[in-house]
Design a protein around this ligand. Structure first.
Ligand SMILES: *[C@@H]1O[C@H](CO)[C@@H](O)[C@H](O)[C@H]1NC(C)=O
Ligand SMILES: *[C@@H]1O[C@H](CO)[C@@H](O)[C@H](O)[C@H]1NC(C)=O
Ligand SMILES: *[C@@H]1O[C@H](CO)[C@@H](O)[C@H](O)[C@H]1NC(C)=O
Ligand SMILES: *[C@@H]1O[C@H](CO)[C@@H](O)[C@H](O)[C@H]1NC(C)=O
Length: 272
């Protein structure tokens, strides 16, 4: 990533404009305006399922989130094919999905979050969006008592739409990769609410107030930075994140302590 795109200025202008337009247009709640970002229209997608019948798909996955079922992500997850995974930019994005077997599927939608890649094969190749759902997500889509029958169908016609992510009581967190060292920091970004996705990340070392340095996306939700001073990275490190969908920016001040621990997860006190 060559430059950190800080859409703060233009975005807050657009948001201000939206709020203005919305309030002029009859005091609509801001919620209605957010649909500008979250297209309310249902679109078609393909569906399959993977992993254990009651599982969280792959227990981990290509985004790098690690164990899911006991985490705030939970087990209602999906592996997206390329149009949804977007080379990792689609990691953490939340969708509602529903299926059209009226005898087996609930009419209401089920929430899923993209945590993995469906890399290809008979169903995931191509440009048509495809959700490879966890067994748990299939259970949630099913009418009560029809969970096993719905899993037996195996291939689904879905409707989907993007929704804001919500992790009540949970702020954005960073898990330091076990391969990190004092000069090289690689981490997984987790639990972004709202848009759920990341456009850019910058990091700032302690005592360098002008020193925002771009992190590079490695793969999935894994981002890295190397010291550009010739010395070890000086903690505590602050992290600035911008989301892709809405351009919102947050700063997790001093979130990574000096002497950070490879493998440790550090929770910030910011959220989208
Ligand atoms: C993924 O990355 C490759 C190469 O970096 C690029 O050619 C391709 O268009 C990207 N795909 C998507 C869906 O962004
Ligand atoms: C679901 O919808 C697709 C078209 O979107 C249709 O081909 C299929 O027959 C439908 N399945 C059921 C069970 O209604
Ligand atoms: C402060 O950060 C900037 C951007 O990363 C870097 O170019 C500069 O060398 C840093 N200054 C010091 C004194 O470390
Ligand atoms: C998350 O951040 C909010 C706002 O800064 C803070 O009030 C709250 O205590 C944080 N929650 C946790 C679990 O750290």
């Amino acid at each position: 990533m060559a430059a950190f795109i800080i859409p703060g200025c233009s975005t807050s202008f657009i948001v201000a404009l939206l709020v203005l337009v919305c309030s002029i247009a009859g005091h609509l709640p801001l919620h209605s305006c957010q649909e500008t970002y979250y297209d309310p229209e249902w679109k078609p997608a393909g569906g399959t399922w993977y992993g254990d019948p009651d599982g969280d798909g792959s227990d981990g996955g290509a985004c790098g989130y690690g164990v899911l079922s006991t985490s705030p992500y939970g087990s209602s997850i999906a592996a997206g094919n390329s149009p949804l995974f977007l080379n990792g930019s689609g990691c953490g994005v939340c969708y509602e999905v529903k299926c059209n077997h009226t005898d087996l599927c609930k009419p209401t939608a089920t929430d899923v979050v993209i945590t993995d890649l469906c890399p290809g094969g008979a169903f995931c190749d191509g440009s048509f969006p495809h959700f490879d759902l966890s067994g748990t997500a299939i259970s949630k889509m099913a009418i009560s008592g029809q969970e096993e029958a719905l899993r037996t169908v195996a291939v689904y016609d879905l409707l989907y739409r993007r929704i804001p992510c919500s992790y009540p009581g949970q702020n954005i967190s960073f898990t330091v990769d076990s391969g990190s060292n004092p000069f090289w920091l690689s981490l997984i970004v987790k639990y972004e609410g709202g848009p759920g996705d990341i456009q850019a990340i910058q990091i700032k070392q302690a005592g360098n107030d002008s020193g925002w340095q771009a992190m590079t996306q490695n793969w999935g939700a894994n981002w890295m930075v190397q010291s550009n001073t010739g010395s070890a990275l000086q903690g505590p490190l602050s992290i600035r994140l911008a989301t892709q969908l809405t351009g919102q920016v947050v700063v997790a001040a001093d979130v990574i302590p000096a002497g950070y621990d490879p493998g440790a997860t550090y929770e910030s006190s910011v959220q989208f």
